[in-house]
Ligand binder design. Structure first.
Ligand code: BES
Ligand code: MN
Length: 460
């Protein structure tokens, strides 16, 4: 372990009890942004973030939106000759269901075997917390930071960041930064630390097919009515062929890969056995002509996330439902535009909707495009260096198939260079029951951020 980062790890360890007390306070808010029933909890959580950052001696503002507020904190004490780094995190979390599978209640954090268990422990409060803690401790110890800093902490990420566009527009002048660091990603293992240079975009939709204006008896009306469930599966199955290729005309238009140069710098190493033993997963879902990690990072997808219509309770019911609904999402590659993909799917659906059925495609707010950074950029190099020092191992460059919808627009508002950093592990049960994040990773995150600020401060 390098002595440069050892000192930071030591500082964290010395104050571990107060850090865990603070983190637990943060985790206890039921800040589920997708469910309006938790509005007060999300707002209380925003208050907590605001206060915590104010107590750290940052200049803090609360930016109201038509959804949940952004907490924006600033430090400009390093002066105009030093770069400005913007760090992004989110204080909202995913819903907790199925509740019965949690071994301890989701909003009563506990440490078991060195892991903090709680909704949000890994995504993203644990990772936001090590950022806040590093800044607070550095300011406390030195009275100053080596770089200028902006923190952009939002409360809508898990429901698609729907009102971020308005903020990015109205606060454009305040967001200018040389570098943007999104601390909401992971590594593939503790022995394989990495920095991330790309996320996919996302578009989420709901397709509703309607037949009659009420559910029908399938004996009386079977043979007369076009069953919306059938229309739905016909349309859905036409969307993808057996080779894993999406059949929406023009879906792949403009998809950008990586240059050969860039591919050399990104690590595509993949061990299918690991996924098999961890998740019981066979990696057979991608397009046949692509390697697994090309499919997961560089290629777009279309997934059916849920289907409902008719009766699926106990026993049996002879029904032809009035409507059938599917939730569908696409992961997008650079070069694909949300609006354009939406139009192509709409056209595909309306062309295939049979006579006697009407279709409606709703696109949820907060879709976002893919983000990509050059693996050669300065911020990536500096992240690599700090991660490598903390882990005492080489730091790879990889990509992420998941999405942080606001990433590309936040980066263009900032006008800076983007990188993604974070220490979520594949086994953290992110978005699932028993989500957890290691205490050791809090320390690692703390030290990495502290070291990165130091390295950035040495830049001119
Ligand atoms: N933190 C995740 C993204 C992520 C997942 C990074 C796995 C690294 C590894 C983020 O909070 C997330 O879940 N994003 C959603 C966005 C959606 C709800 C609009 C996603 O990708 O599905
Ligand atoms: Mn997240």
């Amino acid at each position: 372990m390098s002595s440069q980062t050892d000192k930071f790890r030591k500082t964290f360890k010395e104050n571990i009890d107060s850090h865990l007390t603070d983190l637990f306070e943060f985790l206890k808010f039921q800040s589920i942004s997708a469910d309006p029933a938790f509005e007060k909890d999300v707002l209380d959580c925003a208050d907590w973030v605001e206060k915590f950052l104010k107590d750290s001696a940052l200049k803090v503002e609360r930016w109201e939106t038509s959804g949940y507020p952004v907490i924006f904190a600033e430090y400009d004490g390093a002066g105009p000759d030093k770069p400005t780094l913007m760090i992004y995190n989110h204080y909202d979390v995913q819903p907790v269901d199925p509740l019965e599978l949690w071994e301890s209640p989701p909003f009563e954090p506990v440490v078991r075997d060195g892991e903090v268990y709680s909704r949000g422990a890994t995504d993203n409060k644990g990772q936001a917390f090590f950022v806040f803690a590093a800044i607070k401790e550095l300011l406390k110890a030195n009275g100053e930071l080596p770089v200028n800093l902006k923190l952009f902490i939002e409360g809508e990420e898990e429901s698609g960041s729907g009102s971020m566009d308005e903020i990015l527009e109205s606060k454009k002048d305040r967001l200018k930064s040389d570098y943007v660091l999104i601390v909401d990603v992971g590594i593939h293992g503790m022995d394989r630390p990495s920095v991330i240079v790309g996320t996919r975009g996302i578009i989420t939709m709901e397709l509703t097919l309607r037949g009659s204006n009420a559910d029908l008896h399938s004996g009386v009306f079977g043979g007369l009515a076009y069953n919306p469930n059938h229309a739905l599966v016909e349309i859905l199955s036409a969307m993808r062929n057996e080779k894993g290729e999406i059949q929406i005309p023009g879906f792949y238009d403009g998809v950008e890969s990586l240059s050969e140069d860039e591919k050399e710098l990104v690590s595509f190493d993949f061990n299918p056995e690991e996924f098999k033993s961890l998740l019981g997963l066979e990696c057979t879902g991608g397009e046949r002509n692509f390697q697994p990690l090309e499919s997961a990072w560089l290629r777009p997808t279309l997934e059916i996330n849920g289907i409902s219509g008719g009766y699926s309770g106990e026993g049996f019911k002879t029904v032809i439902p009035a409507e059938a609904v599917a939730k569908i999402s696409c992961r997008l590659s650079p070069g694909q535009k949300v609006k354009d993909i939406k139009k192509k799917i709409e056209d595909f659906v309306s062309e295939r909707t049979p006579e006697g059925i009407t279709s409606e495609l709703l696109v949820f707010g907060g879709s976002g495009e893919a983000a990509r950074t050059s693996p050669k950029s300065r911020i990536v190099e500096l992240c690599q260096q700090s991660v490598a020092e903390v882990f005492d191992k080489d730091c790879r460059i990889v990509m992420e198939g998941a999405s942080i919808p606001v990433g590309p627009s936040l980066t263009s508002a900032a006008g800076g260079e983007l990188a993604f950093l974070g220490f979520i592990l594949p086994g953290d049960q992110m978005h699932a029951p028993n989500e957890h994040f290691g205490v050791e990773r809090l320390e690692i995150g703390f030290a990495t951020i502290a070291r990165l600020l130091e390295l950035l401060g040495e830049q001119s």
